[in-house]
Design a protein around this ligand. Structure first.
Ligand SMILES: [Zn+2]
Length: 310
């Protein structure tokens, strides 16, 4: 029954259409044209809507440029955690460097100016493996703006020889936890070696913050100061290679070179003396004690002579 009923419909419709055509041939022809035009219009509209949607999906040149300039050097992983971790409690930093405008050591100033001149030619640059440093980020994984300008100096020590540290930086490290670098290293003889450009992010500190500020740049890790820090490491004396809380300290040549490098960074990036700190202070894991046996009075007299403390 059902099958017969379905079959009957086209035959009935055909018969009715033929009757109408016989009675009003002109009106029927016009009607057919109208239906054809309507169908064509509908098809065209559908096609143009699809094309329009596709055009909307295609980014403009400006969008592409924005992506290149803001994201390309800073390709971030999608956050595994939905919310950004809260920054840590702000610990006070009382800089051991005091303001000093008088009683400047002119002999020290002359010596450091000479060294500065000499280092323009003698400062070395080493190429390290790209796994051990990165770009400075302009946004965190949650798209929040970050200020990548260097505005903090973190002092370290190498814990071993200068060449050993450089070899580590030259080695490819696929594991994020093993990636490490400093911007600049200073040898026992005052030799200055630049390993990472200040414009790039050296991996000098892990879980760390300064005055409650950090930057989370990898959603798999907690924040660190690396995105806005410059890391400088002093070569450890041999008696400090095997641990211990102290060692014999750093050479005069190291303090001289340190003052000259800091003078340059302070001027270039407008960094105040109060923003020179230690790895021990910024470390939030409580594991870092470097640079051990650092004598702030040696840095005081040199930075004052260079008129950086007034
Ligand atoms: Zn360190």
């Amino acid at each position: 029954m059902v099958r017969d009923h379905l079959k009957q419909q086209p035959w009935s419709l055909k018969r009715r259409l033929r009757k109408r055509f016989d009675r009003h041939p002109k009106a029927f022809a016009l009607g057919c044209c109208g239906v054809a035009i309507g169908l064509s219009s509908a098809l065209w509209l559908t096609a143009s809507n699809v094309a329009h949607t596709q055009l909307q999906r295609k980014p403009t040149l400006l969008e592409l440029l924005n992506e290149v300039t803001t994201n390309s050097p800073n390709v971030l992983e999608e956050p595994h955690v939905k919310t950004e971790p809260s920054p840590p409690r702000a610990d006070d930093w009382q800089s051991p460097l005091a303001r000093q405008c008088r009683n400047l050591d002119q002999e020290t100033e002359a010596r450091l100016r000479n060294l500065k001149h000499r280092l323009r030619k003698e400062r070395e640059i080493v190429a390290i493996d790209s796994s051990n440093y990165g770009k400075r980020y302009h946004r965190n994984p949650w798209k929040k703006a970050l200020d990548p300008k260097p505005r903090l100096v973190v002092l370290h020590e190498t814990s071993n020889s200068l060449s050993s540290a450089i070899n580590t930086f030259k080695t490819h490290h696929a594991d994020d936890n093993a990636q490490v670098s400093y911007h600049t290293l200073i040898g026992r003889d005052g030799r200055v070696v630049d390993a990472v450009s200040p414009l790039h992010r050296a991996f000098g500190a892990g879980y760390s913050a300064f005055l409650g500020e950090w930057a989370v740049t990898n959603p798999s890790f907690m924040g660190s100061v690396n995105n806005f820090a410059l890391h400088l490491s002093l070569e450890t004396p041999e008696d400090g290679y095997f641990g211990g809380r102290t060692h014999s300290g750093y050479s005069d040549a190291q303090y001289d070179s340190l003052a000259v490098v800091l003078d340059d960074w302070m001027k270039t990036f407008d960094i105040p003396a109060e923003a020179i700190t230690t790895h021990q202070h910024v470390d939030l894991g409580g594991e870092r004690g470097d640079p051990r046996s650092f004598d702030w009075s040696q840095l005081q007299v040199r930075l004052a002579a260079l008129k950086r403390l007034c």
